[in-house]
Design a protein. Structure first.
Length: 106
C-alpha cells in the first residue's frame, strides 16, 4: 500500500520533489521549509549554507522541514532536490531588503 505525504503547495517555501522520499510504505513528495532560528543554525557555518555546501544543507534540513525528515533521508535526497532546498535556505539568510531586490514583486 502506497501512502503519500504532502504539504500544501501554497508558498515559495514548498519544495516539490523530483524524487520523492520513501519512508516505508509512504512517499514524501513535498517538503515545506521554514526560516531557521539562530539556535537551529548551531554547528553550521553560514558561509557553508551560502555556498550550498552539501553537508551544511543536510545538517539543517531535518531541523526546518515539514514533514520532518531524518538526517539519513536528507543524505539520500536527489541532488536536484537538495540544490533546490539549498537555494531556499540561502534566501532565508538574506535580509528582507536584499530579498526584495533579488525578487521584486510585480
Amino acid at each position: 500500500m502506497d501512502t503519500r505525504i504532502n504539504t500544501p503547495a501554497n508558498d515559495d517555501n514548498t519544495l516539490i520533489l523530483d524524487q520523492p522520499i520513501a519512508r516505508g510504505d509512504q512517499l514524501i513528495e513535498q517538503l515545506s521549509l521554514r526560516k531557521p532560528s539562530a539556535g537551529e543554525l548551531r554547528g553550521i557555518a553560514l558561509s557553508e549554507l551560502l555556498q550550498l555546501d552539501v553537508g551544511a544543507i543536510i545538517k539543517l534540513l531535518p531541523r526546518i522541514s515539514a514533514p520532518s525528515i531524518t538526517d539519513h533521508e536528507a543524505r539520500l535526497m536527489d541532488p536536484a532536490d537538495l540544490l533546490d532546498a539549498g537555494g531556499k535556505i540561502a534566501t532565508f539568510l538574506l535580509k528582507k531588503s536584499a530579498r526584495a531586490e533579488l525578487y521584486p514583486t510585480a
